[in-house]
Design a protein around this ligand. Structure first.
Ligand SMILES: [Zn+2]
Length: 269
């Protein structure tokens, strides 16, 4: 099995993309291993040749830094350490992670454990960022703006960054369609010290309702956020410089395609 298949680069070219998010192994299996040297070389030259970047790694979906199960917590930390080590070898801009869920126990009961886990991951690695992603808030999922701000406040490491996902913002209750709500949002980002930690946006439309706390991505312009609101969002002066990664279903759940990338490019003014 190839961990860094050339199809990543081929596909990015085919659909008209210029940056990339990959999995450093199966997103649904704990098994992680260092990228083989030959694959790293091929990948790096492919990226360079095709002028693709930045490259992000998405952590596996099983990660839960808030788990009360010590085995699961250990596996989560270890998988992130290997992902970051691999990220450093391919000059990745960072490993993006869903922090996990307190499963109803409440944020207060897990927050110190999460801080300790993130601290350990950062201490045991170097050369690649760890990027916390905001959550829609389903099933005790951690990652509201306030919770992200808490972690930033507790952990001073400059390698700790933030990713905001438009579908998660919308499902968490932030109405990207309303000017007033967007003004409050950007003010919030500043007050919570998130603004200067942002390094990437996940640009997805949302198939679920505002404040539904359901994480359902839709193709660009086909969800409840809509083209106008997404356009407004990516052109906010505070966010305009950030790379955009699409995690849309595409056709038949094949993922981002030319149509979605073209629509996304058309949003940028
Ligand atoms: Zn996302």
């Amino acid at each position: 099995m190839f961990l860094l298949p050339e199809v990543y680069i081929e596909n990015t070219k085919k659909i008209g993309g210029n940056c990339l998010q990959i999995f450093a192994g199966s997103p649904r299996l704990w098994f992680r291993q260092p990228f083989p040297e030959a694959e790293v070389k091929t990948f790096l030259s492919g990226i360079k040749e095709n002028n693709i970047g930045p490259v992000f790694i998405h952590a596996l979906y099983l990660v839960n830094l808030a788990s009360k199960n010590p085995d699961l917590l250990e596996k989560s930390v270890n998988s992130l350490i290997i992902d970051i080590q691999n990220g450093a070898r391919i000059n990745s801009a960072g490993v993006i992670v869903h922090i996990g869920s307190h499963l109803g126990a409440g944020f207060a009961s897990v927050k110190d454990q999460v801080v300790a886990a993130i601290d350990r991951i950062l201490v045991e690695t170097e050369g690649c960022n760890l990027i916390l992603e905001n959550a829609a808030g389903q099933n005790g999922k951690i990652g509201s703006l306030e919770e992200l701000s808490f972690f930033i406040g507790k952990i001073s490491d400059p390698r700790l960054k933030i990713c905001l996902d438009t579908a998660h913002l919308f499902a968490s209750g932030i109405d990207l369609r309303q000017t007033e709500s967007m003004e409050k949002f950007t003010q919030n980002l500043r007050e919570l010290n998130i603004m200067n930690k942002l390094c990437v946006l996940h640009l997805n439309d949302c198939a679920s309702d505002l404040a539904s706390h359901r994480d359902l991505h839709a193709n660009i312009g086909e969800g409840n956020i809509g083209l106008d609101a997404l356009k407004n969002f990516v052109n906010l002066s505070e966010l305009k410089h950030l790379p955009l990664i699409l995690e849309v279903p595409g056709d038949n759940k094949q993922g981002p395609n030319l149509k979605n990338i073209t629509l996304a490019r058309g949003l940028i003014s």
